[in-house]
Design a protein around this ligand. Structure first.
Ligand SMILES: *Cc1c(COP(=O)(O)O)cnc(C)c1O
Length: 216
């Protein structure tokens, strides 16, 4: 794989307001460095242990994004350095992030993960739970809700993907209308980021299109 070239050509096609998170889960430090040398600074991982190991050995100006499901008891390992947590899906997790951020004397940026897919297997808050989470987060000074994240159903039905992303965008817009200062709408992966951008995404999380298929 020509990782650097993949990054460059991907960025060329993106509107300037759309940020790219290079999803490097399962990939080696060498592969991440290839992307880094092409100018990429935001990387996404879905396991705290892997992310922390990579954080320790790779350049310190990398911004590490946690994109996976987070267990509360592991927040402490990433609290010192994590740049953005995409998958916040419970009030318990919000409170734990706030607590660990306080211990590290910092404010941690988070996205609320909203359940938009038909699949039961995907994590995320309902609309009502997200409203509650935003209310509760106002009382948590070491945490900032910067936006929303969602994953569409894994399907060939483009119209369905489009509808799911449009639904998330409309929730995002509702919060903005209520003067909740959100900035980030994280939606879109290798297979569906073009649809996501059409529907208003401003942060895409792309793995295999940059690094090639993953071997688990
Ligand atoms: C793995 C993963 C991605 C990237 O998936 P690709 O299809 O390889 O681009 C994006 N978001 C989340 C939450 C993921 O777990």
């Amino acid at each position: 794989m020509e990782i650097g070239k993949n990054i460059t050509s991907l960025l060329e096609g993106l509107p300037s307001k759309v940020e790219l998170v290079a999803v490097s889960k399962t990939k080696s430090s060498e592969e991440i460095l290839e992307a880094y040398n092409a100018g990429q600074r935001k990387f996404g991982e879905n396991k705290i242990q892997d992310m922390t190991r990579k954080y320790e050995i790779l350049p310190k100006d990398i911004q590490w994004h946690m994109i996976g499901h987070v267990q509360s008891n592991k927040v402490k390992y990433m609290a010192p350095y994590v740049s953005l947590i995409h998958g916040v899906d419970s009030l318990k997790l919000l409170k734990e992030i706030n607590k660990q951020a306080q211990k590290n004397n910092r404010i941690i940026d988070c996205l609320l993960q909203i359940h938009i897919a038909k699949e039961e297997s995907k994590f995320g808050l309902s609309v009502r739970e997200s409203q509650q989470a935003i209310k509760i987060a106002k009382e948590l000074p070491h945490l900032r809700i910067k936006g929303l994240m969602g994953m569409a159903t894994f399907t060939d039905d483009q119209k369905q993907i489009e509808r799911e992303f449009a639904g998330l965008k409309s929730l995002y817009d509702q919060f903005i209308e209520q003067k909740i200062p959100l900035e980030v709408l994280s939606m879109g992966m290798s297979g569906d980021f073009l649809i996501a951008i059409e529907q208003g995404s401003n942060m895409i999380r792309v793995g295999s299109k940059i690094f090639g298929p993953r071997n688990y």
